[in-house]
Every structure is written in C-alpha cells, then in structure tokens.
Design a protein around this ligand. Structure first.
Ligand SMILES: [Zn+2]
Length: 276
C-alpha cells in the first residue's frame, strides 16, 4: 500500500524553491530551465507528466490517448475529507483527470507508446484509472507493434480505492506479460520516488529498467524496514545507485540525457525486430 512521503510545501508562484537534497535556495526559473535538475547538486526534482513528455518525446510528436477515463469514488471512502472531494481538488490543481498521462510519440525518431505517472496528482498513486490507462497503453503498443515506455513517480497503490487499486497490480502485469510474449519491447523508467504497489508490479517487470540518479525506489519505506528487521540499513539503501549495484536497475540515466539514451535503446530494439 502507499506510504507517506515527507510532505513538500507547495509554493505557488514562488520565485525560489529549496532543494530537498542540498537545501540551497534555487531560483525557480533556473530550475525550470534545467529540467528541474538542481543546478547546485544535480538532484532530479519531480516533474509533472506533461513536462516529462515535453522533455523526453521528440518535439510536437505526442498525441494523447484515453483522456476520457475519469476516477470514481466507488467505496464512498472518507478519511479527513471524502475521496470524491480529494479527486476534485487534485483535478483543479493539476488540470488532469487522474495521475497518468498516456499517448503515442516518437523518441529519438522511433515511434513508441508512453505512459507517464504524475506525482503532482495525489502522489502519483495507482487507482483504477491509472491501472486501466497503463493496460490500454500496453495493448495499444501491441496493436501498433511499437515499444512501450512507462515512467514511474508514485507513492504506490491508492488506498482510497482499496482492493480495486490493488487489482491494478495484477492487471497491468498481465497486460505486460501478454505484450512481452508477443515479442513486444518495454522500458520502465523509475524516477524519484517509485514505491509501493507500483514498484511491486509493472515498474519492475519491463525488459529494461532505467532509473534517474538518486531516485528512491522500493516497496516499503526505509524506516518501516529498519523497524521491522531491527538492523541499521546500509548507506544509499533503496537509491538508484544501490539498486544498480544489486542488479535491480539496468542503467542510470540523467534527465538531460534521457531522450538520447531511450532513443538508442529503441533503436537497438528496432534492429532486433528487423534481423529476427
Ligand atoms: Zn540541490
């Protein structure tokens, strides 16, 4: 299930923002022009799904799909406020229906389908709509015979949707498995943070797993694990570099190099199809 990450204060229209890694005050415009990578320490701040597409897809090639899917409060879930109100607030704040943006585009000249989680919408949590859109994106890639790329930034399953959100783990994995059995090529790009049911499902089972530097990637949070096993955790635990060393991540790519590197990977896959 989703676990809470430290709440970052929203600074609407703020000229300056504090880097969560080096704590330096950064001029917001500089940060934006630098793909939200801290110019002081290189920390990769979270970007919205639309921004992710803008900096990754070849300019002007993105065509959105499945934007008509909207979340429903099936359980009438209430915590501090009703889930239905939470949805409305997130929709107002982000201008999006839910936490996933999907569509077709090209990357480095290679056609692909992309599914991008949006951390700015309820922490990128996976409910019914997110799972359904990922599944449809994978199926669309299968129909079009192109690779699928899934970008993750998520606190995990959306607890407000209970078992329905957990079902999305099996559904998305089923779709990817079918796609892979038919010869489809998939890339998972894990960004800070990729956690909970997202890590435990589609984000971990693609053909190639890419991570941005220093991203938190794990199932349960480090504090929960430390309290459970009652042992000091090693340095860099659950970070991209640690996971690369252990073999869970295949390569680490900086954001400014992402389009080129993904284009290269898609190029290898295309050659593989032609020669087989
Ligand atoms: Zn910094």
């Amino acid at each position: 299930m989703a676990f809470r990450l430290r709440k970052k204060k929203d600074m609407p229209g703020g000229l300056w923002s504090k880097c969560p890694s080096c704590t330096k005050m950064i001029y917001s415009k500089d940060l934006e022009q630098n793909m939200s990578i801290c110019p002081e320490c290189g920390f990769h701040n979270t970007v919205s799904a639309r921004k992710r597409v803008e900096i990754t897809a070849d300019p002007g090639t993105f065509v959105e799909h499945f934007s008509d899917l909207k979340p429903t409060d099936r359980l009438g879930f209430v915590d501090n406020i009703p889930y239905s109100e939470k949805i409305e607030k997130a929709q107002e704040k982000t201008g999006n229906a839910d936490a996933l943006l999907a569509g077709e585009c090209s990357i480095g000249g290679h056609p692909a389908v992309v599914a991008v989680l949006d951390f700015t919408f309820m922490g990128g949590s996976m409910g019914e709509v997110v799972g359904e859109k990922i599944t449809r994106a994978v199926e669309l890639a299968g129909e079009k015979n192109v690779p699928v790329l899934i970008f993750s930034a998520s606190g995990g399953a959306r607890m407000h949707e209970g078992a329905i959100s957990l079902m999305q783990m099996a559904k998305t994995c089923g779709a990817l498995k079918k796609f892979q059995m038919n010869g489809g090529f998939s890339i998972s790009v894990m960004t800070n943070p990729t956690t909970g049911g997202v890590t435990a499902s589609f984000a971990s089972i693609c053909d190639v797993t890419v991570a941005e530097p220093d991203a938190l990637i794990g199932f349960a949070g480090p504090r929960v694990i430390q309290n459970t096993i009652r042992q000091e955790l090693p340095d860099g635990f659950q970070r991209s570099e640690f996971l690369l060393d252990k073999g869970q991540v295949d390569l680490i790519v900086t954001r400014d190099n992402m389009r080129e590197k993904l284009g290269q990977l898609l190029g290898y896959a295309a050659k593989q199809v032609v020669s087989s």
